[in-house]
Design a protein around this ligand. Structure first.
Ligand SMILES: *Cc1c(COP(=O)(O)O)cnc(C)c1O
Length: 369
């Protein structure tokens, strides 16, 4: 057997729970309910309870969750939505999908998350929504963002695609803002065996509108109030997610254990390690270090059999897809510097402590101290 440590081990999540997941899949196959129905309802109820949110609406994927909430919030052409300059491209794509304009604001370099101190200066008469991402599973500093939103009459939509199980000031991510968008893409902390997503919120009007918009704009069969889309969480994925949700806290605890281990073992190296504010309980979707020698370090780790990845090598404003924003190099220096220096180490519920030690030893050997 190879001694290599791969970045992500997706199959173990299934193998560990094989009997429970196989039972769930068979139950759906034998039920005759293949869209909506009791399995989807049950997962929505379970996930809302887990997030301490009043409502959960299953949708097709995380991008749709963001897009449908923005549509439900009546965001459209001429409107502006504030997003972090170092987020994953999907956060911006959702804004573009409703015809609105993403307005980028730099992250706090210590936390990688939208810097609340810079938000106010980005607000214009066209701003409708502030859309912070809980990047890498680290909760964004929500209270100051919510205060600014309240003062300016704006809505807050959280991109929690990487933050299942994270807590902000003791309360789970799920309904701090007006709505929260989730992804169940297989590699996320709570991942389906395919695509999936959800919206959680305490606002029943937003929940109802998201559900209607994801179902052709219809609440009553063959009666269409608005032009919607087809984006639903299918019962097969919902049944699998309900099984995995019961194990999520244990998996998150293991991620925290590895993160604490890395923080301890890598202290004293020249690497910049993740900073965790005292109000944050991260879900550790990713463990991201920074080094100016990122590409060399990545190559040295690969030689030692440790696979690492970069989240993300090109910031959204430098992507060809957003060339029309006309934001040249140097416009967002913090996002650009992060893109050049961040490196994600292997972490996950099925990474053994022995593997974590191999990673830590390889990183120590490869880093100038
Ligand atoms: C994964 C991800 C998304 C998109 O989720 P999909 O289910 O892949 O559409 C959105 N935002 C962030 C921050 C993500 O990591």
């Amino acid at each position: 057997m190879s001694n290599d440590v791969s970045f992500l081990d997706l199959k173990s999540g299934y193998l560990e729970l094989r009997d429970e997941i196989d039972d769930a899949m068979r139950r759906v196959a034998e039920s005759g309910w293949y869209i909506g129905g009791p399995e989807t309802k049950r997962f929505e109820r379970d996930f809302a309870a887990y997030c301490e949110a009043r409502h959960c609406v299953g949708v097709g994927n995380g991008l749709d969750a963001l897009h449908l909430v923005l549509k439900a919030m009546d965001v459209g052409p001429g409107d502006e939505v504030i997003v972090a300059s170092n987020t994953f491209i999907a956060t911006l794509l959702a804004v573009s999908m409703v015809g609105a304009t993403p307005v980028l604001v730099e992250p706090d370099p210590a936390t990688h998350n939208l810097d609340p101190r810079l938000v106010e200066a980005a607000i214009t008469l066209r701003t409708k929504v502030i859309l912070p991402t809980h990047l890498y599973g680290q909760p964004a500093d929500l209270d100051p963002i919510l205060d600014i939103a309240r003062a300016h009459g704006l809505l807050v939509l959280e991109d929690a695609a990487q933050a299942h199980g994270a807590r902000y000031k003791g309360r789970p991510i799920g309904a701090h803002g007006h709505a929260v968008a989730w992804s169940f893409y297989p590699g996320k902390n709570l991942g389906a065996l395919g695509d999936g997503g959800a919206v959680t919120t305490d606002d029943s009007a937003i929940a109802d509108r998201v559900r209607m918009l994801g179902n052709y704009g219809s609440q009553q069969k063959y009666v269409n109030a608005v032009r919607g889309v087809n984006s639903r969480l299918d019962p097969l994925q919902a049944a699998i997610l309900a099984v995995k949700l019961r194990h999520l806290d244990r998996w998150t605890a293991h991620r925290r254990h590895i993160a604490a281990f890395y923080l301890d073992r890598l202290a004293g190296t020249a690497l910049v390690l993740p900073h965790v504010p005292n109000w944050a309980e991260p879900a550790w979707h990713l463990f991201v270090v920074q080094t100016p020698e990122r590409n060399a370090m990545m190559a040295m780790l690969a030689e030692r059999g440790v696979q690492t990845l970069v989240h993300y090598p090109i910031p959204p404003h430098r992507q060809q897809a957003y060339a029309d924003l006309g934001l040249g190099k140097g416009t967002f220096p913090i996002a650009e510097r992060l893109a050049d220096t961040v490196l994600s180490l292997p972490i996950g519920p099925h990474l053994s402590m022995e593997q974590a030690e191999r990673v830590a030893a390889a990183v120590r050997a490869a880093s100038p101290s």
